[in-house]
Design a protein around this ligand. Structure first.
Ligand code: HEC
Ligand code: HEC
Ligand code: HEC
Ligand code: HEC
Ligand code: HEC
Ligand code: HEC
Ligand code: HEC
Length: 258
């Protein structure tokens, strides 16, 4: 789903609680549902400048961050950047960082789901990253504190770097590279989840036919990359059946075999 951020009447309705309104407006533009901001019993909002006193490293590049820009766009409202994800910080500040006084979304994706509701569904698909199981967080792939929260799809190298932190072996170097990966791991994988095994975008040859066109030259002949494939295709996927198992790259064969 694409978001269409636009101003709504929420702030007016809520009158004084302008800070809440910002959070709610942001949520409404994404999901059109009213969802409560993260709560910490008894705490109130203090604003991002307060956080900078003790977390300079995190705050330093925040102006460039996707969500900071979002908050800045609603410039009539006080800035709530940090607290839109971490919850109201007054008790945390007062305690000088005491345990249990602030939300850490690194431990749970719930903060993110409030505004990105559709993502919860994606992470319940049969093949997914173990985010709901608490073994990793959204922040492992998205930097919430600086730059684009999602590396640009036009910058495949940056996009792949996020994956290769953990999946080192798929990055090569290979003797025979598969140029597909230069367009990003996401041309073949849906990192939030998929109905197909290994988070694949398609379970059969359609995955590969995105880029390798097949040519039906006669009723019994199908050419892919100039080679006859008619008898191969019914045997399995392109990467099983003893064909191109080394989809990420190969050390032994330019046809991507082990
Ligand atoms: C007076 C200093 C101080 C201020 C102001 C402050 N913090 Fe902290 N914060 C700390 C300390 C100390 C820790 C614990 C650091 C550690 O254990 O490494 C901490 C930890 C955290 C954590 C991690 C908590 C966890 O359970 O892992 C988050 C998130 C956090 N702060 C966010 C914020 C936000 C958001 C603000 C502004 C609303 C803020 N802090 C303001 C001192 C402060
Ligand atoms: C878009 C949501 C979001 C916003 C906005 C945000 N954070 Fe975070 N913050 C996170 C996530 C997610 C983590 C977990 C860290 C990770 O997984 O890398 C985190 C972790 C932290 C931590 C703990 C770091 C650690 O090493 O455990 C601190 C401190 C913190 N944030 C401070 C801030 C401050 C200060 C701001 C405002 C300048 C801010 N955050 C804005 C999402 C956010
Ligand atoms: C207060 C609501 C809110 C919270 C909380 C929130 N987001 Fe967002 N986020 C948004 C909105 C609104 C956008 C803008 C969407 C757009 O312009 O495409 C956005 C954008 C993003 C994008 C970039 C989308 C793009 O196409 O460039 C990513 C990635 C993202 N958020 C991840 C997260 C993660 C991870 C968390 C939790 C740590 C989080 N968000 C928490 C509201 C929120
Ligand atoms: C394993 C890495 C990974 C994890 C974990 C992850 N994401 Fe993403 N996410 C990506 C990548 C890569 C893209 C870009 C997808 C593309 O370009 O096709 C993306 C795109 C997005 C976008 C913008 C495009 C869209 O699909 O709407 C949002 C918003 C987002 N993620 C939110 C989240 C939230 C919230 C979480 C945690 C619940 C999360 N992501 C966890 C890798 C991840
Ligand atoms: C923080 C570490 C981390 C990052 C970053 C990460 N992954 Fe993963 N990935 C995992 C874990 C953990 C699993 C689950 C392994 C398991 O269940 O055995 C996994 C599983 C997978 C699987 C399925 C493996 C299988 O055998 O079913 C694929 C495919 C995958 N990741 C692709 C990606 C892509 C693409 C990206 C970048 C967008 C990415 N991962 C980023 C940790 C990570
Ligand atoms: C051309 C499509 C394609 C691209 C691009 C691609 N993958 Fe894969 N990936 C696959 C296929 C197909 C499988 C399943 C292989 C199997 O089942 O034998 C797979 C499997 C995986 C697995 C599971 C372990 C394994 O090898 O079976 C991981 C992890 C993975 N890919 C990570 C990545 C990462 C990280 C990138 C980017 C550097 C990437 N993939 C790029 C097609 C691709
Ligand atoms: C994003 C586009 C893209 C996708 C998707 C893709 N490939 Fe490729 N592949 C390429 C490019 C580019 C080359 C190098 C130029 C060429 O040989 O066509 C290549 C080369 C190959 C080669 C080597 C051809 C030769 O004779 O040297 C094989 C084999 C191959 N791909 C198999 C696959 C398989 C199997 C899949 C599906 C799992 C797949 N490709 C998906 C882009 C892609």
């Amino acid at each position: 789903m694409r978001y269409r951020p636009r101003w709504t009447g929420t702030a007016a309705l809520l009158g004084g609680s302008a800070i809440w309104a910002l959070v709610l407006v942001s949520c409404m533009t994404t999901s059109r549902t009213m969802v409560a901001p993260p709560m910490i019993a008894g705490a109130t909002y203090v604003g991002s400048q307060k956080c900078a006193q003790c977390h300079e490293d995190t705050t330093k590049h925040f102006d460039d961050a996707t969500h900071a820009k979002l908050a800045a766009a609603e410039s009539k409202l006080p800035e709530t950047g940090c607290e839109s994800c971490h919850g109201p910080g007054s008790l945390h500040v007062k305690a000088g960082g005491g345990a249990g006084t602030i939300v850490n979304p690194g431990n749970s994706p719930e903060t993110c789901f409030r505004c990105h509701l559709d993502k919860r569904g994606e992470f319940t698909l049969p093949s997914t990253h173990p985010v709901l199981a608490g073994k990793m967080g959204c922040g492992d792939c998205h930097d919430p504190h600086s730059g684009n929260a999602v590396a640009s799809v036009t910058d495949a190298e940056a996009l792949n770097a996020a994956c290769l932190k953990c999946h080192t072996s798929q990055g090569g170097p290979y003797v025979f590279e598969h140029e597909a990966s230069r367009e990003g791991c996401v041309v073949c994988h849906s990192p939030h989840g998929s109905v197909n095994a290994k988070m694949l975008k398609a379970r059969n040859q359609n995955l590969c036919l995105q880029c390798h066109f097949q040519e039906q030259t006669s009723p019994t002949s199908i050419l892919i990359g100039g080679r006859e494939h008619a008898t191969f295709l019914p045997r399995g996927t392109c990467w099983s059946a003893g064909c191109h198992e080394a989809v990420h790259g190969s050390h032994v064969s330019s046809s991507l075999r082990f």
